[in-house]
Ligand binder design. Structure first.
Ligand code: A3P
Length: 313
């Protein structure tokens, strides 16, 4: 089931090399009011994206950066690999190297979407975008979307370490500086609270299923089963357990050189819940608790995040 993802590692390594040659204040650009890394995204590619024809059998993973997208992405790729093995249609496998596209929708070149339109089903697509910035065909053609969310304190902690380890993102001298930027909408892919509030409007759609990082961590067997059910994929017990084992933090970290190249060393950091307790001051806790309550607290996604359990000391 292992597939070397050379293209994936190559694209990231090239972006990291370019980032190394740039000044901090050149690393991000703004498109429709949201910041993105210049080494990965561009206005031309965003415009070309509208030509993507989404399909009702697409498998779309939406998640803000650092919510565990690579983890759930691995689960989804394995589900598709199992489907392909069953149909024995190896010749048309979307996972073949020559057919494989970088899975993040908004990262690539302007011709990517025309190539994607020719790919066989089922396509696996990841995105960090807000719903309003997705190609309109995603909702028009009723593509299924798995929405992955993570408690904002661990997500901010993960984003801080990531920003300071990856040359393609602006780094921060201190955690306090990062916290201010996180709370004042200076992050690539926009503000997390805004992300949650915009996606919350879709939380009741029948084509959208929400899963939290924490619930998947607590019960991966149930999590993988629910994901497979949502996409209409039945699994034997053996298949279920193989996917769970292959997507454990330890397995993914061990395999990371093959799957993610140098980027893997940065990506697979802790893979745990509550690491935020080492960084947040009392004042920062108060500020985030207040913002969460005001912006997300009473919403469906807010409740799903179980803030009282995962974000209170
Ligand atoms: P930490 O930095 O807290 O360790 P993304 O893929 O969206 O960039 O998210 C990265 C976060 O998911 C990192 O969090 C990473 O360690 C964690 N992660 C990656 N694979 C995981 C796995 N198999 N199980 C649990 N967490 C995982």
């Amino acid at each position: 089931m292992d597939k070397p993802r050379k293209k994936f590692a190559d694209i990231l390594e090239k972006a990291m090399d370019t980032g190394n040659t740039m000044d901090r204040d050149e690393l991000l650009f703004s498109y429709k009011g949201i910041l993105y890394p210049v080494t990965l995204c561009s206005a031309e590619v965003f415009r070309a994206m509208e030509s993507l024809e989404a399909r009702s059998d697409d498998i779309i993973l939406a998640g803000y950066p650092k919510s565990g997208t690579n983890w759930v992405g691995q689960i989804l790729s394995d589900l598709v690999t199992i489907l392909e093995k069953r149909t024995q249609n190896k010749a048309s496998s979307v996972n073949d190297e020559e057919l494989e596209e970088f899975p993040y929708l908004e990262i690539g070149d302007t011709e990517k979407y025309e190539r994607m339109n020719k790919l066989p089903s089922r396509r696996v697509i990841f995105t960090h975008l807000l719903p309003e910035n997705l190609p309109r065909s995603v909702f028009r053609n009723k593509a299924k979307i798995l929405l992955l969310i993570r408690n904002p304190k661990d997500l901010a902690t993960s984003f801080y370490h990531f920003s300071n380890s990856l040359s393609l993102l602006p780094s921060y001298e201190t955690w306090d500086d990062f916290f201010v930027a996180f709370m004042t909408k200076k992050m690539p892919w926009g503000c997390y609270f805004e992300y949650l509030s915009k996606w919350n409007k879709y939380a009741d759609d029948e084509n959208v299923m929400t899963i939290t990082y924490e619930e998947l961590k607590e019960n991966p067997v149930l999590g993988v089963k629910n994901i497979a059910d949502f996409f209409g994929i039945s699994l034997t017990d053996e298949e279920l357990h193989i996917i769970v084992e292959r997507s454990s933090f330890q397995s993914m970290k061990k395999n990371s050189q093959k799957t993610h190249g140098e980027f893997g060393k940065v990506l697979f950091r802790k893979g745990s819940v509550s690491d935020w307790k080492k960084l947040f001051s009392e004042d920062q806790n108060e500020k985030m608790d207040k913002t969460f309550e005001e912006r997300i607290g009473g919403t469906k996604l807010g409740k799903k995040l179980k803030y009282e359990i995962y974000c209170k000391a």
